[in-house]
Each structure stands twice: as C-alpha cells, then as structure tokens.
Design a protein around this ligand. Structure first.
Ligand code: SF4
Length: 388
C-alpha cells in the first residue's frame, strides 16, 4: 500500500473569481513565518508517528495550494529541506509541486530540481486571454507557454497541465482551440475539469444574478468528449474520469486518493486519511497559528472511518479509475470479501444498464458509464459519515 504526504501552501498573487480553495492574497513578510508554523506542524506529526512505531517511508509528496511557487527560491529550498528531514521519502518517490504561470523563474525551478521535485503541475486553465481575464487569472495564455518552456529548460521530467471547461462565454470551438494549444506543448499529463460554481465566490454571486451565461448540459458533455478525443489522439490515455497521461506519467499521488490509500495533509485546510481516521485542518491562518502556538495539532475535525464507509469509498473512488477500476484482488486482500457480497444488487443493475463492466479481475465504468459516473457512485454510498 502506498502512502502520500500533501502540503498546502495557502498563498496566491490574487484570488481568482471562481476559486473556493483555502488560499489568501499574498502579503509581504508572512511567508517565512508561515514556514515556521508548517515546520511546527511537521514536528508534531513526526513525533506522533515516531511514538506510534516510526515515521513510515512515503511514496509521494505533493505540494499544492494556493500557489506554492509564490515562495521564493530560498523558501522553496527551506520547505523541502524541512520536509525531508522529518519524513523519509522512498528513493523513487514522486515529488510534485503545483505552480501557476507567471510565478516561475529558472532560479525557483533550479531550487525545486535540487530538492528532488520530479513533477510540475501547472494551472493553465484555458488558452484564451479574454476568458483568463474573466476568470480573474493573473496570467495570459503566452505566460503558460513561457512557464512550460522554463520547466523544460530546468529539466523537470514530468509536466501536467490543468484545464477547465464549460466556462462562461466558452463554446465548443473555443474549447477545442484550448485543447489544441495545450497538447501542442506536449504535456505528460492533462487534467480537464468542468467549472463548478462554488458558493461564496464572486462567480456564485454573478451566477445568482444571471450574469454568467454558461454552456448547457449538452454542450458541456460535448466538451468533455472533445477532451477525451483530443487527449487520446495525442497519446495521453484516459485513466481517470478527468485525467489523461502518457505511459508512466499517471499522478501517483492522486492514485493514492483514488485507491483510498493513506495520506497525511499538512498546512491550513489540508485533509488527511491516516490509520482509519479522516482529519481536516483549520483553514484560516490565524486559527491554524493559534492551535500550533497552544501546542496542539491544528485540527478542525477528526472523524473515525467505519469499515463500511471505507468499503463504500474504496468502491466509488476506485470506479473513478476508468481503466483500472476496482481491483478485485486488492479489494479481497483489504476487506476479506468480494464486492458482490456487499454491492451485488447495485453491480448487477448497473451492469444490466450498461454502465459498469465486471470481469474476473476488476469492476469498472463502461464508456457509457463515464459521463454519468456521479449517478453510478451513489449506488455505492450506503453510509453517511458523522463528524465527532
Ligand atoms: S491560483 Fe488557484 S488557488 Fe489561487 S486563487 Fe486562483 S484558482 Fe485559487
């Protein structure tokens, strides 16, 4: 079983209009202080794991945000030094950093390479300057291309581009043009998510006011199909509902989430699933800081995960993996039973509807099942988690 570490850097140059991630507009002197706090949290976790039998070797490290590359080169070096000192990484560990166009320099990239970073995930979103402005993004399309060139020059061996579709004012033709420009950069991995209007964002307010005309469901589905065709045509196989990769470039960190394997999250608002307990950290920086200064882990909630919920989650997260699906052998080894013993009726019904396929090795979505995956997943949710 693989184990991962997620580290959340909550700063951004400015806040995008659609974003509800835990991120704050960067102000001058706070980054070094934030790294002090993160080190305190890492110390607490390392001590806790040590007391429980030893800090395990981790297979993936993912530094996300926010925009981790708002840190300066020296701060990035400090961050990775501090993490490596406390958490042993496997020799072939995948080490990913998220970045946004316009925040990368060769100096920062050299610091990341020096720290062992072998994967960069770039928030491109769309190759259309008008739409980028409408999203409140800080960069233009040319900056995406410059960032990719810098990453290549610095020798980053694996590159992901994140894209968003079904944007206000976007049509299928515009989305195809974005896909074409993104794929022309020959990324090793591509993520394509449709825009979700999140409560509490400017987009939510504008949507309520009717000021955000969006593609209808049919057009959104056509955009999704266009992404699959374009990515697969460029040699990036779909391996998850929204993710595509060249052979050997799947996101190993995200595979940990989809295979429902353990991960630890550090930083404000980060989530963990570790030894049967799900935890969420406090999001606002002052609350995160106050907890650490009071000598506690900065937890907002802890929720023990029952065996039944763990099983449900293993099913519907595994079904996100469009090729691998839920691996029967892994499920048996983990739960001592076949999926049919628990979900037999649901599996039969979904197979009859042509949405799932089940063979001797795995259960997975069919091509027809992929676009309606969220409805399929509902069939596997027997339990509703309760926070304690
Ligand atoms: S750069 Fe990313 S994390 Fe930061 S505000 Fe924009 S969408 Fe949110």
């Amino acid at each position: 079983m693989s184990r991962g570490l997620y580290v959340h850097i909550p700063f951004c140059i400015r806040k995008c209009y659609y974003c509800d991630f835990n991120s704050f507009r960067l102000r001058g002197p706070e980054r070094d202080h934030f790294l002090d706090l993160l080190e305190q949290e890492a110390d607490r976790w390392a001590a806790r794991l040590e007391a429980a039998g030893g800090v395990p070797v981790l297979d993936t490290l993912y530094v996300g945000g926010g925009t981790p590359t708002t840190l300066e080169a020296g701060q990035l070096a400090r961050l990775f030094g501090a993490l490596r000192q406390r958490f042993p990484l496997a020799p072939q560990a995948e080490i990913t950093v998220e970045a946004n166009p316009g925040t990368l320099t060769l100096e920062k990239l050299a610091a990341l390479r020096e720290a062992g970073v072998n994967r960069l995930s770039l928030g491109a979103q769309v190759f259309d300057d008008g739409l980028l402005r409408r999203l409140g993004r800080e960069h233009d399309a040319a900056a995406i291309e410059t960032s990719v060139a810098l990453a290549r020059e610095a020798g980053i061996p694996s590159l992901n581009l994140d894209l968003i579709f079904a944007l206000p004012g976007q049509d299928l033709r515009g989305w195809r043009a974005t896909l074409q420009r993104a794929l022309a950069l020959e990324p090793d991995h591509l993520s394509c998510y449709s825009l979700i209007i999140e409560e509490g964002t400017p987009f939510y307010r504008w949507h309520q006011m009717g000021r955000l005309p969006r593609p209808d469901e049919e057009e959104e589905l056509a955009m999704y199909q266009a992404a699959i065709e374009a990515a697969e045509g460029a040699g990036l196989a779909q391996y998850e509902i929204s993710n595509f990769a060249r052979p050997g470039h799947q996101s190993r960190h995200n595979l940990i989430y989809w295979r429902n394997q353990p991960y630890l999250g550090l930083g404000p608002g980060a989530h963990s699933w570790w030894e049967g307990v799900r935890r969420a950290n406090l999001g606002p920086l002052p609350a995160y800081e106050a907890a650490l200064q009071a000598g506690r882990l900065p937890l907002e909630r802890e929720e023990p995960i029952s065996r039944a919920l763990e099983m449900d989650e293993t099913m519907f997260l595994g079904l996100r993996l469009t090729r691998e699906g839920v691996d029967r052998a892994a499920f048996r080894a983990r739960f001592g039973t076949e999926p049919e013993a628990v979900y037999g009726l649901a599996i039969d019904r979904l197979v009859r509807l042509g949405l799932l396929e089940a063979d001797a090795h795995r259960i997975r979505l069919t091509r027809q099942g992929v676009p309606v995956a969220n409805q399929v997943f509902l069939a596997f949710l027997r339990t509703v988690p309760t926070a304690v």
